[in-house]
Ligand binder design. Structure first.
Ligand SMILES: Cc1ncc(COP(=O)(O)O)c(C=O)c1O
Length: 455
Protein backbone atom coordinates (compact mmCIF):
# COMPACT_ATOMS: atom_id res chain seq x y z
CA UNK A 1 0.00 0.00 0.00
CA UNK A 2 2.65 2.50 1.04
CA UNK A 3 5.75 3.66 -0.76
CA UNK A 4 8.49 1.82 1.20
CA UNK A 5 11.43 3.88 -0.01
CA UNK A 6 13.22 5.74 2.80
CA UNK A 7 13.21 8.87 0.64
CA UNK A 8 9.42 8.86 0.29
CA UNK A 9 7.51 11.41 2.34
CA UNK A 10 6.07 8.52 4.34
CA UNK A 11 9.55 7.11 5.04
CA UNK A 12 10.88 10.53 5.99
CA UNK A 13 7.92 11.12 8.31
CA UNK A 14 8.63 7.78 10.01
CA UNK A 15 12.34 8.49 10.36
CA UNK A 16 12.27 11.66 12.43
CA UNK A 17 8.70 12.58 13.36
CA UNK A 18 7.49 11.04 16.61
CA UNK A 19 3.81 10.23 16.24
CA UNK A 20 1.32 11.18 18.95
CA UNK A 21 -2.27 9.90 19.15
CA UNK A 22 -1.62 7.82 16.03
CA UNK A 23 -2.51 4.18 15.45
CA UNK A 24 0.91 2.69 14.71
CA UNK A 25 -0.33 -0.44 12.87
CA UNK A 26 -2.13 1.88 10.43
CA UNK A 27 1.03 3.92 9.95
CA UNK A 28 3.10 0.78 9.36
CA UNK A 29 0.64 -0.37 6.67
CA UNK A 30 -0.29 2.88 5.05
CA UNK A 31 2.25 5.54 6.00
CA UNK A 32 1.48 9.05 7.23
CA UNK A 33 -0.68 11.31 5.08
CA UNK A 34 1.69 14.20 4.47
CA UNK A 35 -0.17 17.36 3.53
CA UNK A 36 0.95 20.40 1.60
CA UNK A 37 -1.95 22.84 1.57
CA UNK A 38 -5.66 23.38 1.95
CA UNK A 39 -8.47 25.06 0.06
CA UNK A 40 -11.85 25.69 1.68
CA UNK A 41 -12.72 22.47 3.54
CA UNK A 42 -10.26 20.36 1.46
CA UNK A 43 -6.63 19.43 2.15
CA UNK A 44 -4.09 18.09 -0.37
CA UNK A 45 -1.26 15.61 0.14
CA UNK A 46 2.23 15.39 -1.34
CA UNK A 47 0.88 13.04 -4.04
CA UNK A 48 -1.69 15.63 -5.14
CA UNK A 49 -4.62 13.72 -3.61
CA UNK A 50 -7.54 15.79 -2.35
CA UNK A 51 -9.41 15.07 0.89
CA UNK A 52 -12.59 16.57 2.26
CA UNK A 53 -11.73 17.13 5.92
CA UNK A 54 -14.90 16.23 7.81
CA UNK A 55 -13.09 16.92 11.07
CA UNK A 56 -12.13 20.56 10.41
CA UNK A 57 -8.50 19.62 11.09
CA UNK A 58 -8.87 18.85 14.81
CA UNK A 59 -12.31 20.49 15.26
CA UNK A 60 -10.75 23.90 14.84
CA UNK A 61 -10.36 24.95 11.16
CA UNK A 62 -13.97 26.05 11.09
CA UNK A 63 -13.46 28.76 8.45
CA UNK A 64 -11.59 26.41 6.13
CA UNK A 65 -7.89 26.18 5.41
CA UNK A 66 -7.32 29.34 3.36
CA UNK A 67 -9.71 32.02 4.61
CA UNK A 68 -8.41 35.23 2.99
CA UNK A 69 -9.58 37.51 5.82
CA UNK A 70 -7.73 35.47 8.44
CA UNK A 71 -4.58 35.30 6.32
CA UNK A 72 -4.72 39.07 5.81
CA UNK A 73 -5.24 39.69 9.56
CA UNK A 74 -2.19 37.55 10.35
CA UNK A 75 -0.06 39.23 7.68
CA UNK A 76 -1.06 42.73 8.77
CA UNK A 77 -0.33 42.04 12.44
CA UNK A 78 3.01 40.36 11.67
CA UNK A 79 3.98 43.50 9.74
CA UNK A 80 2.79 45.79 12.55
CA UNK A 81 4.00 44.01 15.74
CA UNK A 82 5.19 40.43 15.32
CA UNK A 83 5.35 39.27 18.91
CA UNK A 84 5.17 40.25 22.54
CA UNK A 85 4.38 38.80 25.96
CA UNK A 86 1.92 39.79 28.68
CA UNK A 87 4.22 39.85 31.72
CA UNK A 88 5.26 42.75 34.00
CA UNK A 89 2.25 44.90 33.19
CA UNK A 90 2.97 45.07 29.47
CA UNK A 91 0.74 43.67 26.73
CA UNK A 92 -0.19 44.46 23.14
CA UNK A 93 -3.15 46.60 22.13
CA UNK A 94 -4.56 43.52 20.33
CA UNK A 95 -4.55 41.66 23.65
CA UNK A 96 -6.53 44.41 25.35
CA UNK A 97 -9.04 44.46 22.49
CA UNK A 98 -9.45 40.68 22.41
CA UNK A 99 -10.13 40.54 26.17
CA UNK A 100 -12.84 43.19 25.77
CA UNK A 101 -14.33 41.27 22.87
CA UNK A 102 -14.28 37.92 24.71
CA UNK A 103 -16.12 39.36 27.70
CA UNK A 104 -18.58 41.06 25.33
CA UNK A 105 -19.43 37.80 23.54
CA UNK A 106 -19.27 35.65 26.72
CA UNK A 107 -22.41 34.88 28.71
CA UNK A 108 -20.90 36.90 31.58
CA UNK A 109 -21.92 40.47 32.44
CA UNK A 110 -18.31 41.21 33.34
CA UNK A 111 -15.03 39.36 33.81
CA UNK A 112 -11.38 38.95 32.82
CA UNK A 113 -9.37 36.81 30.42
CA UNK A 114 -6.03 34.99 30.80
CA UNK A 115 -4.24 33.65 27.70
CA UNK A 116 -2.38 30.40 27.05
CA UNK A 117 -1.10 28.58 23.95
CA UNK A 118 -3.52 25.66 24.04
CA UNK A 119 -6.63 24.20 25.58
CA UNK A 120 -4.56 21.92 27.83
CA UNK A 121 -2.69 24.87 29.24
CA UNK A 122 -5.93 26.80 29.74
CA UNK A 123 -7.34 23.94 31.85
CA UNK A 124 -4.05 23.63 33.68
CA UNK A 125 -4.09 27.36 34.36
CA UNK A 126 -7.68 27.22 35.63
CA UNK A 127 -6.76 24.48 38.10
CA UNK A 128 -3.82 26.54 39.37
CA UNK A 129 -6.14 29.55 39.64
CA UNK A 130 -8.56 27.55 41.79
CA UNK A 131 -5.79 26.21 44.04
CA UNK A 132 -4.35 29.74 44.35
CA UNK A 133 -7.73 31.29 45.10
CA UNK A 134 -8.80 28.77 47.74
CA UNK A 135 -5.42 28.98 49.49
CA UNK A 136 -5.62 32.78 49.57
CA UNK A 137 -9.12 32.50 51.02
CA UNK A 138 -7.87 30.33 53.90
CA UNK A 139 -8.93 26.96 52.47
CA UNK A 140 -5.67 25.47 51.11
CA UNK A 141 -7.12 21.96 51.53
CA UNK A 142 -9.63 22.60 48.73
CA UNK A 143 -7.57 20.98 45.96
CA UNK A 144 -9.60 18.10 44.53
CA UNK A 145 -10.83 18.43 40.98
CA UNK A 146 -13.99 16.71 39.77
CA UNK A 147 -14.44 15.72 36.11
CA UNK A 148 -16.16 12.80 34.32
CA UNK A 149 -15.18 9.46 32.84
CA UNK A 150 -14.62 9.94 29.08
CA UNK A 151 -13.98 13.66 29.48
CA UNK A 152 -11.08 15.09 27.49
CA UNK A 153 -9.39 18.15 28.93
CA UNK A 154 -5.89 17.88 27.45
CA UNK A 155 -2.46 16.32 27.83
CA UNK A 156 -0.38 18.25 30.36
CA UNK A 157 0.08 16.33 33.61
CA UNK A 158 -2.84 18.20 35.19
CA UNK A 159 -5.21 18.30 32.20
CA UNK A 160 -4.45 14.63 31.45
CA UNK A 161 -5.35 13.88 35.08
CA UNK A 162 -8.66 15.66 34.45
CA UNK A 163 -9.17 13.57 31.31
CA UNK A 164 -11.23 10.49 32.09
CA UNK A 165 -9.59 8.07 29.66
CA UNK A 166 -7.89 4.82 30.66
CA UNK A 167 -4.90 5.38 28.35
CA UNK A 168 -3.46 7.92 30.79
CA UNK A 169 -2.54 5.08 33.17
CA UNK A 170 0.58 4.52 31.00
CA UNK A 171 1.86 7.79 32.48
CA UNK A 172 0.92 6.85 36.04
CA UNK A 173 -1.94 9.36 35.87
CA UNK A 174 -4.27 10.68 37.15
CA UNK A 175 -2.40 12.54 39.86
CA UNK A 176 -3.93 12.13 43.34
CA UNK A 177 -7.00 14.27 43.93
CA UNK A 178 -8.46 14.10 40.40
CA UNK A 179 -11.79 12.29 40.67
CA UNK A 180 -13.90 11.09 37.74
CA UNK A 181 -17.68 10.86 37.99
CA UNK A 182 -19.85 8.78 35.67
CA UNK A 183 -20.20 9.67 32.00
CA UNK A 184 -23.74 10.99 31.38
CA UNK A 185 -24.29 8.86 28.26
CA UNK A 186 -27.80 7.48 28.65
CA UNK A 187 -27.76 5.16 25.60
CA UNK A 188 -24.62 3.33 26.80
CA UNK A 189 -24.81 3.73 30.59
CA UNK A 190 -28.54 3.79 31.35
CA UNK A 191 -29.54 0.78 33.47
CA UNK A 192 -32.12 -1.77 32.33
CA UNK A 193 -35.58 -0.17 32.57
CA UNK A 194 -34.18 3.19 33.73
CA UNK A 195 -35.80 6.26 32.12
CA UNK A 196 -33.63 9.15 30.93
CA UNK A 197 -34.99 11.33 33.75
CA UNK A 198 -34.08 8.66 36.30
CA UNK A 199 -30.62 8.36 34.78
CA UNK A 200 -30.09 12.13 35.07
CA UNK A 201 -31.25 12.05 38.69
CA UNK A 202 -28.78 9.22 39.32
CA UNK A 203 -25.93 11.35 37.90
CA UNK A 204 -26.84 14.21 40.27
CA UNK A 205 -27.17 11.80 43.22
CA UNK A 206 -23.73 10.39 42.47
CA UNK A 207 -22.26 13.89 42.52
CA UNK A 208 -23.94 14.52 45.86
CA UNK A 209 -22.52 11.24 47.23
CA UNK A 210 -18.99 11.98 46.03
CA UNK A 211 -19.11 15.42 47.64
CA UNK A 212 -20.39 13.93 50.91
CA UNK A 213 -17.72 11.21 50.83
CA UNK A 214 -14.80 13.50 50.01
CA UNK A 215 -16.01 16.55 51.93
CA UNK A 216 -17.10 19.69 50.06
CA UNK A 217 -14.30 21.58 51.77
CA UNK A 218 -11.70 19.44 49.95
CA UNK A 219 -13.04 20.16 46.44
CA UNK A 220 -11.64 23.03 44.36
CA UNK A 221 -13.84 22.82 41.26
CA UNK A 222 -15.85 20.80 38.76
CA UNK A 223 -15.02 20.85 35.02
CA UNK A 224 -17.29 19.67 32.20
CA UNK A 225 -17.49 19.91 28.43
CA UNK A 226 -21.05 20.78 27.31
CA UNK A 227 -20.79 17.90 24.80
CA UNK A 228 -17.87 15.54 25.41
CA UNK A 229 -15.93 15.79 22.17
CA UNK A 230 -12.98 13.43 22.24
CA UNK A 231 -14.99 11.11 24.48
CA UNK A 232 -17.01 10.31 21.34
CA UNK A 233 -19.44 13.26 21.01
CA UNK A 234 -21.39 12.39 24.15
CA UNK A 235 -24.42 14.63 24.48
CA UNK A 236 -25.42 14.68 28.16
CA UNK A 237 -28.73 13.16 29.17
CA UNK A 238 -31.73 15.50 29.23
CA UNK A 239 -31.60 17.97 32.09
CA UNK A 240 -28.11 16.89 33.19
CA UNK A 241 -26.68 20.36 33.78
CA UNK A 242 -29.90 21.57 35.41
CA UNK A 243 -29.62 18.63 37.83
CA UNK A 244 -25.94 18.99 38.77
CA UNK A 245 -25.57 22.78 38.89
CA UNK A 246 -27.72 23.23 42.04
CA UNK A 247 -25.65 20.55 43.81
CA UNK A 248 -22.41 22.34 42.97
CA UNK A 249 -23.86 25.71 43.97
CA UNK A 250 -25.10 24.38 47.30
CA UNK A 251 -21.57 23.26 48.14
CA UNK A 252 -19.84 26.38 46.81
CA UNK A 253 -17.96 24.41 44.12
CA UNK A 254 -17.05 26.48 41.05
CA UNK A 255 -18.29 25.05 37.71
CA UNK A 256 -15.98 25.44 34.73
CA UNK A 257 -17.32 24.91 31.21
CA UNK A 258 -14.58 23.49 28.97
CA UNK A 259 -15.69 24.98 25.65
CA UNK A 260 -12.51 24.20 23.70
CA UNK A 261 -14.62 22.34 21.13
CA UNK A 262 -18.12 23.70 21.72
CA UNK A 263 -17.16 27.39 21.97
CA UNK A 264 -17.71 29.73 19.04
CA UNK A 265 -20.58 28.08 17.28
CA UNK A 266 -20.08 24.31 17.11
CA UNK A 267 -23.36 23.41 18.84
CA UNK A 268 -25.43 26.11 17.09
CA UNK A 269 -24.93 28.89 19.67
CA UNK A 270 -21.82 30.86 20.53
CA UNK A 271 -21.28 28.71 23.65
CA UNK A 272 -22.28 25.18 24.51
CA UNK A 273 -23.49 26.40 27.91
CA UNK A 274 -26.06 28.48 25.99
CA UNK A 275 -27.20 25.44 24.01
CA UNK A 276 -27.64 23.48 27.25
CA UNK A 277 -28.89 26.51 29.17
CA UNK A 278 -26.57 26.75 32.17
CA UNK A 279 -24.33 29.47 33.59
CA UNK A 280 -20.78 28.41 34.49
CA UNK A 281 -18.31 30.36 36.64
CA UNK A 282 -15.61 30.33 33.94
CA UNK A 283 -15.14 29.19 30.35
CA UNK A 284 -12.12 27.49 28.80
CA UNK A 285 -11.70 28.39 25.13
CA UNK A 286 -9.27 27.41 22.36
CA UNK A 287 -9.47 25.85 18.84
CA UNK A 288 -12.22 27.93 17.14
CA UNK A 289 -11.03 30.97 19.09
CA UNK A 290 -8.52 31.54 16.27
CA UNK A 291 -10.30 29.28 13.74
CA UNK A 292 -7.14 27.17 14.06
CA UNK A 293 -4.95 29.87 12.49
CA UNK A 294 -2.85 30.34 15.67
CA UNK A 295 -2.20 28.22 18.77
CA UNK A 296 -4.08 29.97 21.53
CA UNK A 297 -6.20 29.20 24.56
CA UNK A 298 -8.06 31.43 26.98
CA UNK A 299 -9.47 31.22 30.48
CA UNK A 300 -12.54 33.46 30.54
CA UNK A 301 -13.45 34.25 34.13
CA UNK A 302 -16.95 35.32 35.06
CA UNK A 303 -17.42 38.25 37.48
CA UNK A 304 -17.28 36.31 40.75
CA UNK A 305 -14.16 34.23 40.06
CA UNK A 306 -12.57 37.25 38.48
CA UNK A 307 -13.04 39.33 41.65
CA UNK A 308 -11.90 36.51 43.94
CA UNK A 309 -8.77 35.88 41.87
CA UNK A 310 -8.01 39.58 41.75
CA UNK A 311 -8.21 39.72 45.55
CA UNK A 312 -6.04 36.60 45.87
CA UNK A 313 -3.43 38.12 43.54
CA UNK A 314 -3.37 41.40 45.42
CA UNK A 315 -2.79 39.55 48.68
CA UNK A 316 0.55 38.24 47.34
CA UNK A 317 1.19 41.09 44.86
CA UNK A 318 0.90 38.96 41.73
CA UNK A 319 -0.53 35.84 40.15
CA UNK A 320 2.77 34.03 39.51
CA UNK A 321 1.87 32.32 36.25
CA UNK A 322 2.09 32.99 32.49
CA UNK A 323 3.50 31.68 29.21
CA UNK A 324 6.04 33.49 27.02
CA UNK A 325 3.46 33.75 24.24
CA UNK A 326 0.40 34.46 26.45
CA UNK A 327 -1.70 37.05 24.63
CA UNK A 328 0.55 37.00 21.55
CA UNK A 329 -0.41 40.01 19.41
CA UNK A 330 -0.65 38.01 16.18
CA UNK A 331 -2.79 35.36 17.87
CA UNK A 332 -5.02 38.06 19.35
CA UNK A 333 -5.40 39.85 16.00
CA UNK A 334 -6.31 36.55 14.37
CA UNK A 335 -8.76 35.72 17.16
CA UNK A 336 -10.46 39.11 16.79
CA UNK A 337 -10.86 38.41 13.07
CA UNK A 338 -11.95 34.79 13.64
CA UNK A 339 -14.69 35.86 16.06
CA UNK A 340 -15.87 38.40 13.50
CA UNK A 341 -15.80 35.81 10.70
CA UNK A 342 -17.74 33.21 12.70
CA UNK A 343 -20.28 35.61 14.20
CA UNK A 344 -20.72 38.16 11.39
CA UNK A 345 -19.82 36.48 8.09
CA UNK A 346 -22.59 33.89 8.07
CA UNK A 347 -20.66 30.93 9.53
CA UNK A 348 -22.75 30.67 12.71
CA UNK A 349 -25.89 30.91 10.53
CA UNK A 350 -24.52 28.22 8.24
CA UNK A 351 -24.06 25.88 11.22
CA UNK A 352 -27.70 26.36 12.13
CA UNK A 353 -28.86 26.09 8.49
CA UNK A 354 -26.86 22.88 7.86
CA UNK A 355 -27.76 21.16 11.13
CA UNK A 356 -31.05 19.59 9.89
CA UNK A 357 -29.24 18.16 6.83
CA UNK A 358 -26.45 16.90 9.07
CA UNK A 359 -28.94 15.24 11.42
CA UNK A 360 -30.84 13.69 8.49
CA UNK A 361 -27.60 12.30 7.04
CA UNK A 362 -26.57 10.84 10.40
CA UNK A 363 -30.02 9.32 10.93
CA UNK A 364 -29.84 7.80 7.41
CA UNK A 365 -26.46 6.20 8.13
CA UNK A 366 -27.72 5.00 11.52
CA UNK A 367 -30.27 2.82 9.70
CA UNK A 368 -27.32 0.53 8.98
CA UNK A 369 -27.74 -2.64 11.10
CA UNK A 370 -24.20 -2.19 12.43
CA UNK A 371 -24.70 1.37 13.64
CA UNK A 372 -26.08 1.26 17.18
CA UNK A 373 -26.57 4.96 17.76
CA UNK A 374 -25.98 8.31 16.16
CA UNK A 375 -25.67 11.25 18.47
CA UNK A 376 -24.70 14.87 18.16
CA UNK A 377 -25.52 18.54 18.53
CA UNK A 378 -25.17 21.24 15.91
CA UNK A 379 -22.32 20.31 13.56
CA UNK A 380 -20.72 17.62 15.72
CA UNK A 381 -21.80 14.03 15.64
CA UNK A 382 -20.74 10.40 16.06
CA UNK A 383 -21.89 7.08 14.66
CA UNK A 384 -21.28 4.16 16.99
CA UNK A 385 -20.55 0.81 15.37
CA UNK A 386 -22.00 -2.30 17.04
CA UNK A 387 -21.83 -5.96 16.18
CA UNK A 388 -25.36 -6.46 17.49
CA UNK A 389 -27.81 -3.58 17.35
CA UNK A 390 -30.39 -5.11 19.71
CA UNK A 391 -27.96 -5.76 22.56
CA UNK A 392 -25.61 -2.83 21.67
CA UNK A 393 -22.73 -5.34 21.75
CA UNK A 394 -19.59 -3.71 20.36
CA UNK A 395 -17.26 -5.35 17.85
CA UNK A 396 -14.20 -7.04 19.37
CA UNK A 397 -11.51 -4.38 19.82
CA UNK A 398 -9.02 -6.46 17.83
CA UNK A 399 -11.06 -5.88 14.66
CA UNK A 400 -10.26 -2.12 14.85
CA UNK A 401 -13.56 -1.40 13.15
CA UNK A 402 -13.57 2.39 13.42
CA UNK A 403 -9.94 2.55 12.30
CA UNK A 404 -10.84 0.49 9.23
CA UNK A 405 -13.82 2.72 8.44
CA UNK A 406 -11.66 5.82 8.69
CA UNK A 407 -9.05 4.21 6.41
CA UNK A 408 -11.74 3.27 3.87
CA UNK A 409 -12.84 6.92 3.95
CA UNK A 410 -9.28 8.17 3.46
CA UNK A 411 -9.01 5.93 0.38
CA UNK A 412 -11.95 7.80 -1.12
CA UNK A 413 -10.65 11.27 -0.21
CA UNK A 414 -12.58 11.81 3.01
CA UNK A 415 -10.99 12.46 6.40
CA UNK A 416 -12.97 11.44 9.46
CA UNK A 417 -11.90 10.34 12.90
CA UNK A 418 -12.12 6.94 14.54
CA UNK A 419 -12.78 7.22 18.27
CA UNK A 420 -13.29 4.03 20.24
CA UNK A 421 -15.96 2.20 18.26
CA UNK A 422 -17.30 5.47 16.82
CA UNK A 423 -16.69 7.60 13.79
CA UNK A 424 -16.70 11.30 14.58
CA UNK A 425 -17.74 14.04 12.18
CA UNK A 426 -17.33 17.77 12.87
CA UNK A 427 -17.32 19.53 9.51
CA UNK A 428 -16.08 23.09 9.04
CA UNK A 429 -18.69 25.83 9.35
CA UNK A 430 -18.13 26.86 5.71
CA UNK A 431 -19.30 23.50 4.37
CA UNK A 432 -21.86 23.57 1.56
CA UNK A 433 -24.82 21.23 1.14
CA UNK A 434 -23.07 19.54 -1.80
CA UNK A 435 -19.94 18.95 0.28
CA UNK A 436 -22.06 17.53 3.08
CA UNK A 437 -23.68 15.13 0.63
CA UNK A 438 -20.20 14.16 -0.60
CA UNK A 439 -19.21 13.45 3.03
CA UNK A 440 -22.20 11.22 3.75
CA UNK A 441 -21.98 9.43 0.38
CA UNK A 442 -18.33 8.48 0.92
CA UNK A 443 -18.94 7.46 4.51
CA UNK A 444 -21.82 5.23 3.45
CA UNK A 445 -19.56 3.45 0.95
CA UNK A 446 -16.89 2.99 3.63
CA UNK A 447 -19.39 1.60 6.16
CA UNK A 448 -20.72 -0.86 3.57
CA UNK A 449 -17.24 -2.07 2.68
CA UNK A 450 -16.00 -2.53 6.26
CA UNK A 451 -19.16 -4.08 7.69
CA UNK A 452 -19.18 -6.57 4.82
CA UNK A 453 -15.66 -7.59 5.90
CA UNK A 454 -16.27 -7.87 9.64
CA UNK A 455 -19.98 -8.42 10.32
C1 LIG B 1 -12.65 19.87 25.47
C2 LIG B 1 -11.18 19.97 25.27
N1 LIG B 1 -10.43 20.54 26.22
C3 LIG B 1 -9.11 20.67 26.08
C4 LIG B 1 -8.46 20.21 24.94
C5 LIG B 1 -6.97 20.35 24.83
O1 LIG B 1 -6.65 21.33 23.91
P1 LIG B 1 -5.19 21.34 23.24
O2 LIG B 1 -5.10 20.14 22.36
O3 LIG B 1 -5.18 22.64 22.49
O4 LIG B 1 -4.20 21.33 24.34
C6 LIG B 1 -9.20 19.63 23.92
C7 LIG B 1 -8.54 19.16 22.68
O5 LIG B 1 -9.12 18.53 21.84
C8 LIG B 1 -10.59 19.49 24.09
O6 LIG B 1 -11.33 18.90 23.16
Amino acid sequence: MRDESPNSWEGRADAHSFYGFTDLPTIHDRGAVVLTHGKGPYVFDVHGRQYLDANSGLWNMVAGFDHPGLIAAAQAQYARFAGYHSFFGRMSDQTVMLSEKLIEVSPFADGKVFYTNSGSEANDTMVKMLWFMWAAEGQPQRRKILTRINAYHGVTAVSASMTGKPYNSVFGLPLPGFLHLSCPHYWRNGAEGESEAQFTARMAAELEEVIAREGADTIAGFFAEPVMGAGGVIVPSDGYFQAILPVLRRHGIPMISDEVICGFGRTGNTWGCQTFDYMPDAIISSKNLTAGFFPMGAVILGPELSARLQAASEAVEEFPHGFTASGHPVGCAIALKAIDVVMNEGLAENVRALTPRFEAGMAWLAENPNIGEWRGKGLMGALEAVQDKATKRPFPGALSVSERIANACTDQGLICRPLGQSIVLCPPFIMTEAQMDEMFGKLETALGKVFAEVA
